[in-house]
Design a protein around this ligand. Structure first.
Ligand code: ADP
Ligand code: ADP
Length: 234
C-alpha cells in the first residue's frame, strides 16, 4: 500500500470576496521511499495541499491516507500520534532565534519527554549528520541560510519521521546552497528510508531530486508522472 494516498481532496476557503477553491478534487499516491515533487506557480494551492497531508488544514472533502490510515477519521489523540511520523521543513527555517543550533535540535525531543542529557547527545549526532557539528553552540543569527536549513533538517531527523514534507525549503537559498541542501535531502531519503514530499515553484528543484512529480494549476492536479515523462522533449 502507498505511504500517502490522497483521494478526491477538495479544500474551499470562504472569504469575504467569495469562495476560493484551493484544491479541486485532487488524487495521487506516493510510495514508500519516493521523493515526490509538487510543482506549481504561486497561488496554485501547493501550501494548502501539503498542509492537508498532515491535516494542519482540514480538507473540505476527500481523504488523506498515511500508511493506510485515513487521517480525517482519527481522533485528536490518534492524529497527534500519526503526525509525529510526519516532519516538515520550511522556506524560512522556523528556528528559535534565542536558542543555539544544539538547543533548537533538542527542543522537540524535550517536548517529547526525552531527558536533557540524552536529547543533547542525540542532537549532536544529528548535527554531525548534517555537517554542522562545529556550529552546535552558534545562534541562528550567526549562521548562513544553508546552515540554518541544516539545523532545521537535524531537528526534523531527531523526531525520527517516516515522511518529510519540504515546503519551498530551498527557495530562500542561492543556487549553490540549494544544490547542497537537495543533496542532503537525497541522502536522508536514501539512508533513513524517509519518504520525501517536495513543494516548489522551481523546475530545477524537481529535476534535481524528484522521482515523480505532480503539477498543480489553480487548485487542480493537471499532470503526474516521472521527471523523465514530464520533462521529455516532444
Ligand atoms: P501556493 O502555496 O501554491 O502559493 P496556496 O495554497 O497558498 O498556494 O493558496 C492557494 C489559493 O488558496 C490562493 O488563492 C490563496 O489565496 C488561497 N488561500 C490559501 N489559504 C487561504 C486561507 N486560509 N483563506 C483564504 N484563502 C486562502
Ligand atoms: P505561500 O505562497 O508560501 O503559500 P502565502 O503568502 O500564499 O504563502 O500564504 C501564507 C499563509 O497565508 C498560508 O498559511 C496560507 O494558507 C494563508 N493565506 C494565503 N492566502 C490567503 C488568503 N487569501 N486569505 C487568508 N489566508 C491566506
Amino acid at each position: 500500500e502507498p505511504m500517502i494516498q490522497v483521494e478526491n481532496l477538495c479544500k474551499r476557503f470562504n472569504t469575504k470576496g467569495g469562495t476560493v477553491e484551493a484544491a479541486k478534487n485532487i488524487s495521487f499516491s506516493i510510495e514508500k521511499g519516493e521523493i515526490f515533487g509538487i510543482i506549481g506557480l504561486s497561488g496554485a494551492g501547493k501550501s494548502t495541499l501539503v498542509r492537508c497531508l498532515n491535516l494542519l488544514e482540514r480538507p473540505t472533502s476527500g481523504t488523506v491516507r498515511v500508511n493506510g490510515k485515513n487521517l480525517t477519521e482519527l481522533s485528536e489523540k490518534e492524529l497527534r500520534k500519526e503526525r509525529q511520523k510526519i516532519g516538515m521543513i520550511f522556506q524560512h527555517f522556523n528556528l528559535l532565534m534565542q536558542r543555539t543550533a544544539l538547543d533548537n535540535v533538542c527542543f522537540p525531543m524535550e517536548i517529547a519527554g526525552i531527558k536533557k542529557a540524552e536529547a543533547r547527545k542525540k542532537a549532536l549526532e544529528y548535527l554531525k549528520i548534517v555537517g554542522l557539528e562545529e556550529k552546535a553552540l552558534s545562534y541562528p543569527s550567526q549562521l548562513s541560510g544553508g546552515q540554518k536549513q541544516r539545523v532545521a533538517i537535524a531537528r526534523v531527523l531527531a523526531s525520527d519521521p517516516q515522511i518529510l514534507l519540504c515546503d519551498e525549503a530551498t527557495s530562500a537559498l542561492d543556487p549553490q546552497t540549494t544544490k547542497a541542501i537537495l543533496e542532503l535531502i537525497k541522502e536522508i531519503n536514501r539512508d533513513y528510508e524517509i519518504t520525501v514530499v517536495v513543494i516548489t515553484h522551481e523546475m530545477s528543484v524537481v529535476q534535481e531530486i524528484c522521482d515523480k512529480v505532480a503539477v498543480l494549476e489553480r487548485g487542480a492536479l493537471v499532470e503526474t508522472g516521472t521527471v523523465e515523462e514530464l520533462f521529455r522533449n516532444p
